[in-house]
Write a protein that binds this ligand. Sequence first.
Ligand code: GLU
Length: 371
Amino acid sequence: MTPSLNNAKRLVVKIGSLLLTDGKGQLHTPWMQALAHDLAELAKRGTQCILVSSGAVACGRAIMGLAHADLKLHEKQAAAACGQSQLVEAWRVACGVHGLKVAQMLLTADDTEQRKRYLNARTTLETLLAHNIIPIINENDSVTTQEIRYGDNDRLAARVAAMASADHLVLLSDIDGFYSANPKLDAHAKRLDMIAAITPEIEAMAGGTLDAFSSGGMTTKLAAAKMAVAAGCHMAIAQGAHLRPLTHMMITGECSWFVASQTPLNARKLWIAGAVNVAGKITLDEGAVAALRAGKSLLPAGVVAVQGEFSHGDTVLMQSATGLELGHGISQYSAQETAAILGKQSDAIEVILGYKRANELIHRDDMALKS
Ligand code: GLU
């Protein structure tokens, strides 16, 4: 699968503060509207879009009159609280011009790394996208402490792409791609258009002089690229300064793509298959075993027994009644919840538990079967 925005099913676009604001913290609303125009065109073709937008601190410091260069952590956090609402309101207006609706999601490193919160955030994203709403994501800067911050939205965007099983990620930047050397210093520097593997040579290019001329730095962009391709998502670095930058990128092809060698679904399944800590076992009846082999999800009705202690979001082992290991899956329900709903129809889940997270105990996209 060659990377191309024309084929993108689910796209994450990361936008840095420098593209969004002038030096005084004023938002570039015409640029935002032009980007929204791009998103509207993509939506017409069936591409689902997620934005990761910086700019909260830049906006907020202007509102608070914090002009000094080195903001302290608490000042940044207050500025983010102040600027975030203005930022999302500006996106709401810009997207509204093109008939698009938006929602705000503020994430912390915990949300994407701790299983339960990860599953919740993933479900929220899916629900928003299913309702044709564009999630606008930023780090929850006002509550995150320095130790657990992402600190840069390049990596946050890659985590979001992995969490959403996106197939394409574009980092809009102040440079049109990844260069073999600093093009400002080296006349022979070349943009690399397709990067099939992040080799030590590529790492050496990013680690050198390139950091000097790009705001987020090529090192963090490369770290983001590694996360994205490992999750089966192609990632581009492209120039964001143009109006309608995504259209520009599609027409001219000017950008660098880091190519993923597998699909997001396969990458996710590999990750599930490789889970070392399996917290429990679920035993299936014959009908459920056949359903799984036919590519279906596991419903509580097909479960006959549950063993071990596991929470919602943990990886469990699925086995047949004869003890044959079928594979791993991420359970939507804890061991205790599973014990209460096993053998029951999905309609009964809410009656028994008082809530229903999903119809399935394990969704087919959340399982890796042994062949
Ligand atoms: N979350 C920060 C903000 O909205 C920006 C972080 C970044 O641009 O990498 O201001």
